[in-house]
Ligand binder design. Structure first.
Ligand code: TRP
Length: 335
């Protein structure tokens, strides 16, 4: 227990490997928050059910996501690391909140609109519609003050703030209204084959994404064939030279060296040198990350123990919130 303000964020277990954009844009920025906040970090496996999954693959991805959080610097001694479905209060609070969410408001969520129009009315399930309400429950259950997420989650956070405010106004102060903590745009890591599009699990071709758990050779090859331009000079110009800008951003994020100083260092050198340096930096990070992840996967009982302890701690907090909410709204307490 701690009286530090709380932070919560979850990742969906949608891939076998985190990609470089996920790591730089999210996970890496979660790590330092552990110094100042009481942190709850976990795997949103219930959110993943909004698309169809092969059951064994979902289990594997969930374990891998948890292992990668830890390998990337989330420390189970300082953070509550848990799997969403291990804490049944997430679904309990979702129901209550869904009964306070306007149908119209939920229909206006842009991610829902995009995904459901892509899938069509029948392939898009009701879970997809409730997805933002489940996310609000994730956050409000823990009375989180800050929620580190990417820009694409801003509207879901607005809904969460709205629901917390509405509940508090109707029933009295119950929920902390969370502040978005929009992650810095070093997360603007672009597709290597199309540097005008974000590096993304669903949108990018395999050659456009650096999967952190892939062998070093594969990633080096992708970086060496990254799209640049027909010029030769290394300057940082997002409009005219988005490919080179992306490589410089990646190198700067991984080495901590400023873009200006990198550009100065590459004076008189060519794109091959830049790509070589990026590949070295990626390998220097991904190699140890991959080893830590696979070591954790190899100690499955240990990993499960960590997640069981996390779930217990999470339930301590979450069950208190649900009890209070149920009482507040007038559900008859069990005798
Ligand atoms: N929807 C988030 C995403 O896709 C994942 C998520 C689920 C989340 N629940 C959350 C993020 C609660 C922050 C807080 O990135």
């Amino acid at each position: 227990m701690s009286d530090r303000p709380r932070v919560l964020s979850l990742v969906q277990p949608t891939a076998n490997s985190l990609h470089l954009g996920n790591y730089l844009g999210a996970l890496r920025q979660w790590v330092p928050l552990q110094d100042e906040f009481e942190t709850f970090y976990g795997v949103a496996d219930l959110h993943a059910l909004t698309v169809e999954n092969e059951p064994a693959a979902l289990t594997e991805k969930t374990l891998r996501a948890a292992a990668q959080l830890i390998a990337g610097g989330v420390d189970p001694d300082r953070s509550t690391v848990f799997v969403q479905s291990h804490v049944p209060e997430h679904t309990q609070l979702t129901w209550v909140l869904s009964c306070m969410t306007g149908f119209g408001q939920a229909s206006r969520m842009t991610q829902f609109k995009d995904k459901s129009s892509r899938l069509g009315a029948d392939a898009a399930n009701v879970g997809l519609f409730l997805y933002p309400v489940l996310m609000a429950a994730d956050i409000l259950l823990y009375q989180a003050e800050r929620v580190p997420v990417g820009e694409d989650q801003r509207q879901h956070l607005e809904l969460t703030r709205d629901l917390a405010g509405r509940f508090n106004a109707r029933y009295g102060e119950t929920f902390v209204v969370p502040e978005p903590h929009i992650l810095a745009s070093v997360g603007k890591i672009m597709d290597l084959t199309d540097p005008t599009a974000k590096m993304s699990k669903t949108g990018s071709p395999p050659n456009g994404i650096i999967e952190l758990l892939d062998p070093d050779k594969a990633n080096t090859k992708k970086i060496k064939s990254a799209v640049t331009d027909s010029d030769r000079v290394i300057t940082f110009d997002e409009q005219a030279k988005p490919g080179v800008a992306n490589l410089l951003r990646i190198l700067s994020a991984l080495t901590g060296e400023s873009i200006e100083s990198l550009v100065a260092g590459f004076e008189g050198k060519g794109y091959g040198d830049l790509k070589g340096a990026v590949a070295d930096a990626v390998v220097a990070f991904a190699g140890p990350f991959r080893e830590r992840t696979f070591a954790l996967m190899g100690e499955r009982t240990e990993l499960e123990k960590i997640l069981a302890a996390g779930a217990e701690r999470a339930r301590d907090v979450a069950a208190g919130t649900v009890r209070q909410v149920y009482r507040t709204i007038g559900l008859l307490p069990p005798g």
